[in-house]
Structure formats: structure tokens, C-alpha cells
Design a protein around this ligand. Sequence first.
Ligand code: ADP
Length: 405
Amino acid sequence: MSSQINKTVLVVNCGSSSVKFAIIDPKSGEVFVSGLAEALTLPDARINWAFEGEKKTEENLGAGADHEKAIDFIVNTILAGHDDLLNSLVAVGHRIVSGGDLYSQPTLIDDSVEAGIEKCIPFAPLHNPAHLQGIRAARKIFKNIPHVCIFDTAFHQTMPDYAYRYAIPEEYYTKYHIRKYGAHGTSHAYVSKLACEELNKDPDDFNVITCHLGNGASVSAVKNGKCLDTSMGLTPLDGLVMGTRCGSIDPSVIFFLCKNLNLTAEEVSKILNKESGLMAVSKKTSDFRGITEGLEENDPRCKLAYEMFCYRLAKYIASYYVPLGRVDAIVFTGGIGENSFLMRKRVLEWLAPLGVKFDEARNEQARVFKGGRGVISTPDSSCIVTVIPTNEELMIAQLASNFAK
Ligand code: ADP
């Protein structure tokens, strides 16, 4: 740990039974403590954390321990005797999955914002209620510093109506707010900004396509720091082929399954969200590493899953040349984007007709650079292709620190 601690931010990401947390210096990016409380509200509630170079676990957080207990444990047990670190906290940044069309910016939390997050529950039924639990617990414990919501959807609020509207009866939009919202906004914002800085481009004249490829995956068209289009829709089910999600699909598949197999909407939702994607096609794994291992062993199903993933992504990237007009850079990020040179190779091969050229050796090396980083296009490529590790927590810390008193 640095001998002198500057201003820090507590970043919290609450799931229904978990709290992921980190204390970060928003300027240097230094992470002082990070960890995960799991199985909250269950008999085996536990917490593990990394602090001062040591990894520790408390297996017994107390039966039924909730979000408040977990945050209390961070303050009063993990950080006991570390008043310097506690006193350095200037804000709490809360990651929120959906802010619907209510929030387009990081927002200081008050009771009306809590009500707003509640209104957005239909768009993130698993996540938003958990975020509210976390916010309420953290507000009780940290009374004197600002709490800031950072919405995954906010970055995409700049999309024009012809990109975010669905061609369905208007009242579904006006009455029920059914439209494209997108996701992973914090990551798309972070890597698009970093790409502009690292490539020494003018932020007011920089067109970039950002590919966030993890278990969930999405791609965005970003012009001068503003999102023009993104592949996820009303929910994170749309767009790319993902670990267990199907991505874009003809809606008639759903009617077919309901009508001919007598499945309920919930059952079809489970199939398309949890039993599809790479997992369904490979019949082996939702994990991209497993897919590429299968590819090397000539497993035909893994080969098909790999081809489907890359083809769909390449088509989305190519389609974003339309809103952007000119593409200066393509960025790969997320576990798959940063690590899979085989995925990048196949996608970039598809993009050759657009003048995209890459250096095979640099592409292969990018996976062994620490954190996989660097330009992999050739100097005569029509646009720069680069690999940039995402850091959503740091972005949340930076955005929340703007609200520090
Ligand atoms: P999440 O969306 O859960 O945050 P990550 O961004 O950590 O996910 O990405 C997880 C994905 O990255 C998994 O599919 C994993 O297999 C893939 N991945 C990680 N390392 C490699 C690698 N070396 N080669 C291919 N895929 C990888």
C-alpha cells in the first residue's frame, strides 16, 4: 500500500446474494482492497477479500447475513485499525444495471433516485432490486459521503430514436418504455475514451467500434465519445452470440416453441438466456477458452460455435460503418476480446473487404502481454485495431469521485 493515501472511492456492485467491492484511488487506479461477499441471506454467507497483499476468507459471515452485514464487515472487520483508508473515502460508487430512459448520467443518490431505480426493475428484474438493497445498506453505513449511481445503460442514452426504437406499435414505447437500452455502457465508455487517449486522437473527431466480449457480449458504435448504436436491446439478450444467451433471433422462434412444444414464456426465457449461445451450440461449454480448446481438437460443434460467434460479431462491426461513416478504430475488450487471438483473427478476416488488416504476430502476442494490450493492425489498415483491457470499477470510481465534496 502507498505510504500516503489520497482520495479513494468505494465501488460496490450488488447482486441478489452478493456484494462485490473495491476501494480504489480514482487518479492512480491503485486498488487498496477488493473482495466478494457471497451467499448473502443464506446459511453459508461468506466473504473473501484481498488486502495488503494477502487473500483472506471468512467462511462464516453469520447465517442469513445480508448486504448490510457484509458492508458492516468490510468497515468494522476488514478495515479495523485502518482509519487512514476509511477516512480517505470521498464517495461510494454503485454499479446499476438499468436506469431505463430515466438516467443518462452518473447520478447522486437520494430517495427519488431510489424510486427511479425501482421503476426500472422491469428492465433488470434480477439486478435492480439487489442494487437497491446494496444502496440502502451502504447509505446507512456511510452517511457522510455522496453515493453515486453509475448506470450500465447511461452511455447508450445518446442513441438516436431511429436506432433505439423498435418497429412495433407506438404505445408499447410510450406506455411501457419498450425500446433498445443496451448494456455494458461503463465498459464501452471506458475503452472508447482510453483508445482515443492512447491513439492520440482528437476526442471531437474520433469514431470507434468497441467490442466488449465476456460471458455477456456487446458491440457499440461510438462517435466523439457518444454512443450511436449498440447490439444489446431492451435486455442483454439481444445481439451477439454469448456464453449461454442466443443473441439476435427471429422472434417467431419464441412463438414456435410456445405453440408447438407448449412451453411457457418463462420456460422459453430460460432456454434463450441460460441454455443457448456457445453452450448450446458446442454442447460442451459456455466458456470461450473451452470452445477454442475444442477447436484445436477438431470438435465440429466447438468449431461451429466459434464460427457463429465470430461471424455474428463481424456482421455487427461491419454494420456500424453505417452510423459512423468513417471508422478510426476497433477496440477488443473483455475476457474474450483481450485474450482470444483466434477470435480476433477470424473476425478481422471477415472485415478484410473493409480494408481492415492485422499483423498475425502482433495479434498472437497481444494475448501474452500482461492484460493483453496493444495495436494489432498494420500501418496500411483502413482503421486501427487495438486490444485494451476494460476496467469498469476504475471508471465507476472516477465518475463517482466527481461528486466528492
Ligand atoms: P464476465 O462477462 O463474466 O465479466 P469476462 O470478461 O471475465 O466475463 O470473460 C469471460 C470469458 O473470457 C470466458 O468465456 C472465458 O473463457 C474467456 N477467456 C478468458 N481467457 C481466455 C483465453 N485465454 N482464451 C479464450 N477465452 C478466454
